[in-house]
Design a protein around this ligand. Structure first.
Ligand code: TYD
Ligand code: MG
Length: 461
């Protein structure tokens, strides 16, 4: 008979305790401890799990220290997913035996993306395990995507022991699990989605992936505050964490690398959700700028970098006299606090009367951007709207604005310049500090190095 034991787990960070505590000592959250039954596996039940040893660390062969120089290393052969954007965020393809977690809000398109990827892996046997949808629902989605894949198998099952039994028979080359929160293992008593279940199921899948070299793609839900539901430990256990985000009402989706043991975390993939699935967007600037026809006041183009990709985005501002005492300030896609700061700088350093005006700011295309290089474009858009004077079509901006109204340098200006040039911009406002050491004659774009915000505003209007 297995020994039954209960423990209390923090539902926020996964910390455990023998007794209930009001405030988690590890993450500081209140009222997050929930009692869960932990059944210590005896040998009989454990035999059903992936090759008898999952959560219990059974090391038969003790490891010995090796001099670093003696360790052989070969470049991992990566599996091409036939999706340029996904390959990019993974750092060049899917690494054999890796566990990849894809998180995102409900309805953002995680299942669509995974099914689509699975259907692109020609010549491989794929197992798509779903605990969320029925076979018919998945079939319907596959029809919608309009593709066929003879080697794609669907399994609607949530018990990990049963899943591993099917895996043993099918011997797939890639496994997709939708989603980790629906899985449950018989080795742990508590319900699906609880901390101990999520941890146990991930451990089993991790062990399976490492033992067989089969990559496993896991879908994970995220909580209200945007973190992946379940313990933080889940993110520590997997090799790669990808975040799928975007505004559900708009069509653009961004796949961002949050953690990657096999590549850079500053990579980004961009998709567009269409009637028949997700389309890769290999040149995002073109779409973001495509709706521009003529110069209108309140619009400025910022040359930003998202991950390693240069992106030209349209910053829109609307400045109107406020009807109520306290003026409104609202920002979509841009940090509201940063907007407040920039407005204060414009007021104090450039003498603009913004205190009596409502200011609304929007980044076109539904993107959320944090690059400080957008500062100058934000200031320019605000001033353009306030004075109702448009900025010429062929101008773009890339610089950070400091508290004294000084124009500060930004990273990787050469990439921003090349992208702007490629898209046909003729002039770019940058910081004078960026201009040092840069061969400006190399670019077919006129560069205006500036030291102060006033200089830029005089140049623009
Ligand atoms: P889904 O993949 O189910 O989201 P998640 O798994 O992240 O919860 O997709 C959700 C939305 O995508 C759904 O509202 C419908 C839309 N969609 C399309 O617009 N085009 C398509 O081809 C598909 C399959 C879905
Ligand atoms: Mg889904």
């Amino acid at each position: 008979m297995a020994k039954v034991k209960t423990l209390f787990f923090c539902q926020n960070c996964g910390a455990q305790s023998a007794k209930w505590i009001g405030r988690c000592p590890s993450c500081g959250e209140w009222n997050t401890y929930v009692e869960e039954v932990v059944e210590k596996p005896d040998t009989n039940t454990a035999a059903n799990a992936w090759k008898a040893s999952t959560s219990v660390g059974t090391t038969t062969k003790a490891a010995k220290p090796k001099p670093l120089g003696d360790i052989l290393y070969e470049e991992e052969s990566r599996l091409n997913t036939h999706d340029g954007e996904l390959n990019r965020v993974l750092g060049g393809g899917l690494v054999p035996g890796s566990l990849v977690l894809i998180g995102g809000e409900p309805g953002i398109g995680k299942s669509t993306l995974m099914l689509q990827i699975a259907m692109q892996l020609n010549g491989l046997r794929i197992l798509y395990v779903s605990g969320e949808e029925s076979e018919q629902q998945i079939k319907m989605r596959a029809e919608r995507l309009g593709r066929q894949h003879p080697g794609l198998y669907i399994l609607t099952e949530t018990n990990t022991q049963n899943i591993f039994r099917q895996i043993d028979q099918l011997q797939p080359n890639v496994v997709v699990v939708d989603s980790i929160q629906t899985l449950h293992s018989t080795l742990v008593e508590s319900g699906a989605g609880s901390v101990s279940q999520v941890r146990e199921c991930t451990t089993e899948l991790l062990k399976y992936a490492k033992d067989t070299g089969v990559p496993v793609l896991l879908i994970g839900h995220i909580t209200k505050d945007g973190s992946i539901a379940g313990p933080k430990i889940l993110e520590h256990m997997v090799d790669t964490v990808l975040q799928f985000e975007g505004d559900r009402h708009l069509t653009y989706r961004i796949l961002r690398t949050v953690k990657n043991r096999f590549g850079s975390t500053s990579e980004l993939g961009i998709y567009e959700m269409q009637g028949a699935g997700l389309r890769q967007v290999s040149n995002p600037s073109e779409i973001l700028l495509s709706q521009r026809t003529e110069s209108l006041s309140g619009m400025a183009i910022g040359a930003t970098l998202e991950g390693n990709r240069p992106l030209l985005v349209e910053v829109q501002a609307l400045v109107t006299p406020s009807t109520y005492g306290t003026p409104q300030r609202s920002a979509t896609g841009f940090d509201a606090k940063r907007l407040q700061m920039l407005l204060a700088v414009l007021e104090k350093r450039s003498g603009l009367r913004l205190g009596q005006h409502d200011v609304f700011l929007n980044i076109a295309g539904g993107l959320r951007l944090e690059d400080p290089a957008l500062d100058l474009a934000v200031c320019a858009a605000v001033v353009s709207s306030l004075n109702d004077v448009p900025i010429r079509n062929e101008i773009c901006l890339a610089a950070e604005v400091g508290l004294s109204g000084e124009i500060r340098a930004v990273s990787r200006l050469d990439q921003r310049l090349s992208e702007a040039e490629k898209l046909g911009f003729a002039e770019m406002y940058i910081s004078q500090f960026n201009a040092k050491g840069l061969d400006l004659a190399r670019y077919g774009i006129r560069v205006h190095p500036s030291g102060r915000l006033d200089e830029v505003l005089t140049g623009l209007f």
